[in-house]
Design a protein around this ligand. Sequence first.
Ligand code: 7PM
Length: 268
Amino acid sequence: MSHHAALPQIMGILNVTPDSFSDGGRFLAPRQAIERALAMVEEGADIIDVGGESTRPGAAGVSLQEELDRVIPVVEAIAARVDALISVDTSKPEVMREACAAGAGMINDVFALQAPGALAVAAGTKARVCLMHMQGEPRGMQVDPRYDDVVAEVRNFLAARVAACLEAGIPRDHLVLDPGFGFGKTHEHNLALFRQLPALVVDGLPLLVGVSRKSMIGKMLGDDRPPRERITGSVAAALLAAQRGARILRVHDVGATRDALRVLAALA
Ligand code: 7PM
């Protein structure tokens, strides 16, 4: 057998928004979300990331009640049915608390627990925490992102958030770090971060990489490729991220990513 490091874990993306499923409508979403989660676990997902889309680039945000209504029933239902770790993609402390009570074991926060009360809520759960870097806020962050040294600034931000988490009582071994591809970054910023991935490791903490179907992949493949036609490019990027030490890959296409990782494991 190989002496190489363990393969990264695969985090499958589960969007729970009213228009995420072909039938539309909030009423049908939980059942279809469960089917999608089960399929992703079957394809090799270790983690299911459940998101109510409050924090997407350009998003105006949804109300607390709306996000709870979208996310909590789905977390409850999949927690009862799958072995995978359930992650909740939210920046709202109340959603973090309710989701963890419903069975989530990971908080994925694109605001890195900077919302008032978020550090304390996260510390009060036993959940792992993914701290992501973002410049600005989802609405407007892509207008004119600027850095003097993007790698150093992202790394310093993540180090400061690690310190805040430790201060709040979150155990070090619960933390995961993420450079936040596409969140307040130009294409050049994204490329610099990807190329220097190992330089972003703080205190030996694991890195999560999320580039699946993103516009940075679209830019490399030529314009006007819709997200669904970025799968092969996304898998190639996931493989490179794995080779550069990423420990969690956040992806839409779980089976394709798992196949690529198996080939990497055999040939690396
Ligand atoms: C529209 C644009 C919809 C972008 C969704 C997105 C990340 C994340 C997202 C990431 C972590 C997407 C993004 N991206 N959480 N949430 N890391 N930790 O492509 O890169 O899924 S939302």
